[in-house]
Design a protein around this ligand. Sequence first.
Ligand code: AMP
Length: 122
Amino acid sequence: MTTIFSKIIDKSIPADILYEDELALAFKDINPQAPIHFLVIPKKAIATINDIEEADKTLVGHLYWVAAKLAAEMGFAQDGYRAVMNCNEHGGQTVYHIHLHVLAGKALGWPPYQDKLKPKLV
Ligand code: AMP
C-alpha cells in the first residue's frame, strides 16, 4: 500500500527533511505536537508494527539510531525526548507506513492519552 509517506520518500511531495540515508528518512511533522516534532521512517513500506518481519529488526533499530543521532545534533538529547510509534486505530495511527515520532523541546506529559479515535489518512 502506498501512503503519503511514499510520496515524501520519492520526493513527489515536499517535506522538511532533516536526515536521509539509504534506509531511512527523517522529516518535520506537518502538525507538531511539541516544540520539536519529527518523524523517522524506513524507506521500505511497512504498514504497522504488526507487519515488522524478522528481517526488518535491524531496520527498525536503525530508526532509533537516526532519532538519537538527530537528538544529539539538534541539542536535545540530554534534556530528553520521546520516540514512539503508534499502531492501528486504538494506538492513534493515521498513516499506515511505520514512523517513529520524535517529540522534544519541553517536558512531555505521560500518559499521552486522548480518548478519541482518529481517521486514517491516505
Ligand atoms: P500517526 O497518527 O501516528 O499515524 O502519525 C502520522 C503523523 O504524520 C501525524 O503526526 C501527522 O501530522 C503527520 N503527517 C501527515 N502528513 C504529513 C506530511 N505531509 N508531512 C509531514 N508530516 C505529516
